[in-house]
Design a protein around this ligand. Structure first.
Ligand SMILES: C[S@@+](CC[C@H](N)C(=O)[O-])C[C@H]1O[C@@H](n2cnc3c(N)ncnc32)[C@H](O)[C@@H]1O
Length: 266
């Protein structure tokens, strides 16, 4: 994997952990308790979801493209007897020797699939690795008009934190341009540390519209068993800012057989 393919904020696991807050673990743990293990997390980063799942006693595997994010995940779990395993893999092409009861695509990771063909490739890998009664969970934001029409010259502060190596206060500023043709929001990230030159990088995120995502899942052989607007499992509505989807594999052969039977068949 070429380092240029990895968005800048994922090139240092230690900075990443300072940049963003914690995922909603009560939501994920409730799902895992229902589905059982093993659990696969796609784009596990530094292990913010996979490690608490393993700490709750469930076997978990996390895959990610960024060696540095995985290094941090390994550091956090080193010497602890946790049922968790991390592996360098691309979620568009992974092949593991195991099937899973739950496969999670959390934390807006869906947006890192930059084309619908990349989403199809990923969903096909998911279908191959999911137990017949397993569940595929996607946690993504809804592309809002506000997000898509932002002035590309306007700076937005993404995060401010103390440098993990004690080099001072860091602020990460972002400028975004939405492309109508690719549905990609191209973010320029500027990392500013006191007394150091700015580090300019990129963060590309494809926007997935709710009906488009439903169609992609449908044509990839999944049916939706739950759709929520937030972690409290409130119904997905006209004003939801999140789209949380629980999908199961469609049992194509059984369905085809049933519908192709004549009405009077016994
Ligand atoms: C927003 S972070 C989420 C990390 C973690 N799930 C969390 O909640 O903190 C997205 C992660 O997806 C990874 N990623 C992006 N594209 C990927 C791909 N094609 N295959 C595997 N991982 C990918 C990035 O390296 C990054 O670690």
């Amino acid at each position: 994997m070429n380092i240029d393919d990895i968005d800048h904020i994922y090139r240092s696991g230690r900075h990443y952990d300072c940049l963003f807050g914690e995922p909603c673990m009560p939501f994920w743990l409730a799902l895992v308790k229902q589905s059982g293990a093993p659990v696969l997390e796609l784009g596990c980063g530094t292990g913010k979801v996979a490690i608490p799942i393993a700490e709750a006693g469930f076997e978990a595997v996390g895959i990610d493209l960024s060696e540095d994010m995985l290094r941090e995940a390994h550091r956090k779990t080193a010497g602890r007897d946790l049922p968790v395993h991390f592996q360098l893999e691309d979620m568009r092409s992974f092949m593991l020797d195991c099937k899973f009861s739950l496969i999670a695509l959390p934390s807006n990771n869906l947006s890192h699939l930059l084309t619908y063909q990349a989403a199809e490739a990923c969903f096909s890998r998911v279908a191959d690795h999911l137990e017949e009664d397993g569940v595929f969970v996607i946690d993504a934001f809804v592309p809002s008009l506000w997000l898509l029409t932002k002035n590309p010259d306007e700076d937005e502060i993404l995060s401010e934190y103390d440098d993990p190596d004690g080099k001072g206060r860091v602020s990460v500023v972002v400028r975004s341009l939405y492309e109508h043709n690719t549905q990609i929001r191209r973010n320029t990230t500027i990392q500013r540390t006191e007394g150091a030159p700015d580090v300019v990088g990129h963060l590309n995120m494809r926007m997935y519209f709710p009906q488009e995502l439903e169609a992609l899942l449908h044509y990839s052989g999944f049916e939706i068993s739950g759709k929520y607007g937030g972690y409290d499992k409130e119904p997905f509505s006209t004003t939801s800012s999140k789209q949380i989807i629980l999908a199961r594999k469609t049992n194509w052969p059984t369905k085809r057989l049933k519908s192709s039977q004549p009405a009077n068949a016994v």
